[in-house]
Design a protein around this ligand. Structure first.
Ligand code: ZN
Length: 104
């Protein structure tokens, strides 16, 4: 389910760093085939929401432990947020932009 996106035209692999840098743009140009790629971030939002809910659930679960302290909860939450941040590029997908915008 989680994997780095491929170019929809030539199926070239993108490096983690390239995805991380380009995911805030609307479109990018594939360095292999020079085609315009649309960045599709819907899965990223779904995945982010899922992770946040999982973290809240985890914290809630830990709160039922009598010896639990706040620092442990904060540490768990911080680790969760960091993991989420580094996993987000794996939820990005690339789509073809609308083709034949010019004459046929
Ligand atoms: Zn390509």
């Amino acid at each position: 389910m989680l994997k780095l996106p491929l170019c929809p035209y030539c199926e070239a692999r993108f490096l983690y760093r390239q995805v991380q840098e380009s995911r805030h743009q609307k479109t990018i140009i594939c360095p292999h085939c020079n085609n315009k790629i649309k960045i599709y971030r819907k899965f990223e939002y779904v995945f982010g929401l899922f992770m946040v809910l999982a973290l809240i659930g985890l914290n809630w679960l830990f709160l039922t432990v009598p010896t639990m302290n706040l620092w442990f909860l904060l540490a768990v939450t911080a680790i969760g947020v960091v993991v989420l941040y580094f996993l987000l590029p794996y939820a990005v997908r690339f789509r073809k932009t609308r083709e034949r915008e010019t004459h046929s």
